[in-house]
Design a protein around this ligand. Structure first.
Ligand code: FES
Ligand code: FES
Length: 168
């Protein structure tokens, strides 16, 4: 397989020259200097390396870069827009949903994917969806709370609970 010469990352075409068999994680971190995505286990077990590929959370440690093609990659560096943190990043900060922070970028990417798919998840749905992301510091309750806060803050007007007196 020929080398990968370009990747679409965070809305920008990034030139590269990477052996197609290398992991997406390695190319993001070592070639493109996007070190927000972390190397944890390297075996698909911890979720620290999670990025979005066309909106789907993937384990970049197990993803050969040659399989990505023209799909759009989003890393934690791509969540903030116009200098403003993503609602989920802000919620992590507001609620202290991190200690050492090593799992955080992976948690954020999985959480963003969850909210895109299910804007109003229950706590159980959050726990199930985030099951593959491990936090050695045990901040799980705050992570769930942060996802709930982001869900509330990004709720569409049509999704708001109706006010007393509203016609159903
Ligand atoms: S580093 Fe990829 S799942 Fe742990
Ligand atoms: S905050 Fe330390 S591993 Fe999650």
């Amino acid at each position: 397989m020929s080398n990968v010469t370009s990747l679409s990352v965070n809305g920008v075409a990034r030139p590269c020259d990477a052996d197609a068999a290398r992991s997406l994680l390695s190319v993001l971190r070592d070639d493109l200097a996007l070190t927000g995505t972390k190397y944890g286990c390297g075996e698909g077990q911890c979720g620290a390396c999670t990025v979005l590929v066309d909106g789907v959370p993937v384990r970049s440690c197990l993803t050969p870069v040659g399989t990505v093609g023209p799909q759009k990659i989003t890393t934690v560096e791509g969540l903030a827009q116009d200098g403003k943190l993503h609602a989920l990043q802000q919620a992590f900060l507001d609620l202290g949903a991190l200690q050492c922070g090593y799992c955080t970028s992976g948690m954020l990417m999985s959480g963003v994917a969850l909210l895109a798919k299910n804007p109003h998840p229950t706590d159980d749905e959050i726990v199930r969806f985030m099951d593959g992301n491990l936090c050695r510091c045990g901040t799980y309750p705050r992570i769930v709370a942060a996802i709930q806060q982001a869900a509330r803050r990004t709720a569409l007007p049509s999704a708001q609970p109706s006010k007393p007196g509203d016609t159903p």
